[in-house]
Design a protein around this ligand. Structure first.
Ligand SMILES: [Zn+2]
Length: 342
């Protein structure tokens, strides 16, 4: 029997349904797992995504032909029953469940299993074949609880306030920035953002996610205010003249890659906060086990190590060669090839 999802030059393809999942080349019909730029690209004819993703997708892709599905709601297309289930990665992120001829496949997109107040929690979905990401698919990746992480961010910020300098924290504009905003203590000082972050904040607020007030850093003239501020920006901004307004600022970067000591050193940041919107090694293994799938296809990240590990556990494991996470679109990847000099 033919597989429900196969690899094509344009992306992951469902032959009976005649549609793609997160294609990296333009196609007629695209199911989009989430609005990160390596998964949601411009140029597709028709888009299908989770209703919760509408604001962020439109903020990223503008006026697209977009069909929305609530989580758990199903449609049938060419005999394939399709539904979307929370992936816990960013606002509106979804796993794609496909059912056809009595078989069930699930494509995860990016996911994490740790709680995140800015999006719906990951939902395990039983299936026969699970297509899983593996961005942090090595046993060295183990995340600390958020409470611990945010206590150290707050402490770093409060110390900088005492020293009279701004705290500039590099992070991806979509997802990571909002998770940080929801986690920090806004009573420490003003919270400012780069202009690239604010439209995403607005989309989150419009979707009902509570975030502290944020102002765009370039609109603040008061130097004493800048010196007390926590400033969130994409990593590229930290290497640009935009940084000059903060003078002698404390700098940090928030990413899962910060678990690697060398990543922080190469990036030239004062601090590295280990914060990822992807599952860590135990999270990946737990999510895979929860599907009950005897066959697993690994899409990106540490796929060779994950395939080997799963095979040793008795699962039928293989990989798809995708174009996800292969560029600097996600800041998690950006720290591997830093754009920021010391
Ligand atoms: Zn993503």
């Amino acid at each position: 029997m033919q597989d429900l999802v196969v690899q094509r030059p344009e992306g992951l393809y469902c032959p009976p349904g005649d549609f793609f999942i997160d294609p990296w080349r333009p196609v007629a019909r695209a199911v989009i797992t989430h609005a990160h730029a390596d998964h949601a690209r411009i140029g597709n004819g028709h888009y299908l995504a989770a209703a919760a993703a509408e604001g962020v997708l439109r903020a990223r892709l503008g006026d697209i032909d977009l069909q929305l599905l609530g989580y758990g709601e199903a449609i049938t297309h060419h005999g394939v029953r399709l539904s979307l289930h929370p992936a816990g990665h960013v606002l509106g992120s979804a796993q794609v469940r496909l059912e056809h001829g009595g078989r069930v496949w699930v494509a995860s997109g990016d996911y994490k299993v740790a709680p995140d107040p800015t999006c719906a929690p990951f939902e395990p979905v039983r299936c026969e074949v699970f297509i899983t990401e593996s961005t942090f698919g090595l046993p060295i990746y183990r995340w600390r609880p958020d409470a611990e992480l945010f206590a150290s961010v707050n402490d770093w910020w409060a110390r900088n306030v005492l020293a009279g300098r701004a705290s500039v924290l590099g992070c991806y504009s979509f997802g990571k920035a909002q998770r940080i905003l929801a986690g920090v203590d806004p009573t420490i000082g003003p919270v400012l953002v780069h202009g690239a972050v604010q439209p995403l904040n607005d989309a989150y607020r419009a979707a009902g996610v509570a975030l502290p007030d944020t102002r765009i850093a370039t609109e603040v003239q008061d130097r004493s205010e800048l010196r007390r501020a926590l400033v969130l920006c994409p990593p590229s901004a930290m290497a640009s003249p935009w940084m000059r307004r903060f003078g002698d600022a404390g700098t940090a970067f928030a990413s899962g890659w910060m678990q690697l000591r060398g990543a922080r050193r190469r990036g030239g940041y004062d601090r590295g906060f280990v914060l990822s919107d992807h599952a860590d090694w135990p999270g990946l293994l737990g999510a895979i086990a929860a599907t009950g799938a005897p066959r697993v296809i690994v899409t990106h990240g540490g796929s060779a190590a994950m395939v080997r590990y799963l095979s040793e556990q008795g699962l039928a494991a293989e990989s798809f060669d995708t174009e996800y996470g292969d560029d600097r679109i996600e800041a998690d990847q950006a720290s591997e090839t830093p754009q920021v000099g010391p």
